[in-house]
Write a protein that binds this ligand. Structure first.
Ligand SMILES: [Zn+2]
Length: 294
C-alpha cells in the first residue's frame, strides 16, 4: 500500500471538463486531494463523490465554482470556503477536453516501465534499508526478524501494550532499568551496547548510534573496506539484533541468562558461520578479517 501511494504521487491529473475526476478525492487541484487539504469542509459537503465537472458552471468566459454543502455554514467554515475558492480560482480548465492522467517521470506524460526503472535506480529507495535487511547470506528467519525490528513491529513489551495486551512489568528484559521498546532493546540497552561495542572495536570503527533500528540500518555503510571486511560489516547488525532478541526470549521463556561475554562469544560464532556461506570465504579463516587493517 505504501509503495502504491508512493507511485500515485508520481501521477498528476490534467483537468479538462472535469467529468472523470472526483472533486474531493482525486489529487487534481494540488498534490493532495481536497479532502486532505480541507477535511472539515469535506464533512459538510453535499456529495462526497461529486465530480469536478459537477462543481462549476460557465458564465461567459468565466468559470464559476459552485461546490455545494449540506447545511448553513458557521463563520469559521465560511472562511475555509473562501480559502477553497481561492485555490479553485487558480485552476485552468479546458472544458473542450477530457481529463487526463499525467505521468510525471516522462516528458510526454505517458507511463512507461523504462521511465519508472530509470528513476527508481537514480533516486534509490530512500525510506527503507532493504539492502541491509535482506542480506542473502544470513538465514531468512534472521532477515525477517531484522525487518520487523526496523518496522518496530516486533513483540517488545511496549508493542504488546500498544496492541492492548496487559503487561505487568514493562522493564527491559535485559537490563531491567528502562522500558522495553524495540529501539532500547536493540540499540540503547547497556547490555546490548556491550555487544555492539565488541564488534565495532574488533573492526576498529568509531560509530555513533542513531535513535532507531531503522536509522541504524539506513546509515550502516563504510567506505573503503576490503570485500571480505565489507561482508562481515554488513552481517554485524543482523547477528547483533538476532542475538539480542533470542537472549531476551530465552530469559523470558526459559529463565536462562547469558552474561554479556557469553553472548559476545556466541554471536561471534554465529557471524562466522553465516558469513562463511559466501563463496569468497571458502577456505578462509573469517577471524582474520577482525585483524586486518581495512
Ligand atoms: Zn535494557
Amino acid at each position: 500500500m505504501k509503495n502504491f501511494l508512493a507511485l500515485a504521487a508520481r501521477v498528476s491529473i490534467r483537468i479538462g471538463n472535469g467529468n472523470r475526476t472526483k472533486f474531493w478525492k482525486d489529487p487534481w487541484c494540488s498534490d493532495e486531494p481536497l479532502v486532505e487539504s480541507f477535511p472539515l469542509l469535506f464533512q459538510c459537503a453535499s456529495d462526497h463523490e461529486a465530480l469536478v465537472g459537477e462543481c462549476y458552471s460557465i458564465s461567459g468566459d468565466s468559470v464559476l465554482w459552485t461546490p455545494s454543502f449540506q447545511m448553513n455554514l458557521f463563520d469559521w467554515e465560511v472562511e475555509k470556503v473562501l480559502n477553497l475558492l481561492t485555490c479553485l480560482q487558480n485552476q485552468e480548465l479546458d472544458y473542450s477536453l477530457k481529463d487526463k492522467w499525467h505521468w510525471k517521470w516522462n516528458s510526454d506524460g505517458v507511463f512507461s516501465v523504462k521511465s519508472l526503472v530509470a528513476n527508481l535506480s537514480r533516486r534509490g529507495v530512500p525510506d527503507f534499508p532493504d539492502r541491509q535487511v535482506w542480506n542473502p547470506n544470513s538465514p531468512t528467519k534472521a532477515n525477517f526478524l531484522v525487518w520487523t525490528m526496523a518496522l518496530n513491529k516486533c513483540l517488545s513489551k511496549e508493542n504488546l501494550v500498544r496492541r492492548g495486551i496487559q503487561v505487568s512489568d514493562l522493564s527491559c528484559s535485559l537490563c531491567g532499568s528502562s522500558a522495553e521498546s524495540t529501539d532500547h532493546l536493540c540499540i540503547h540497552c547497556p547490555y546490548s551496547t556491550q555487544l555492539w561495542n565488541h564488534f565495532l572495536n574488533s573492526l576498529k570503527v568509531c560509530w555513533v548510534m542513531p535513535r532507531s533500528v531503522k536509522e541504524l540500518l539506513c546509515c550502516w555503510q563504510l567506505m573503503g573496506l576490503s570485500k571480505k571486511k565489507k561482508a562481515v560489516w554488513k552481517m554485524v547488525p543482523i547477528v547483533v539484533v538476532w542475538s539480542i532478541w533470542t537472549e531476551r526470549n530465552t530469559r523470558i521463556f526459559s529463565n536462562k541468562i547469558l552474561s554479556p561475554e557469553e553472548l559476545i562469544q556466541k554471536s561471534v560464532g554465529k557471524l562466522i558461520s553465516w558469513v562463511s556461506v559466501d563463496a569468497d570465504f571458502r577456505n578462509y579463516n573469517v577471524s582474520n578479517v577482525f585483524l586486518s587493517s581495512s
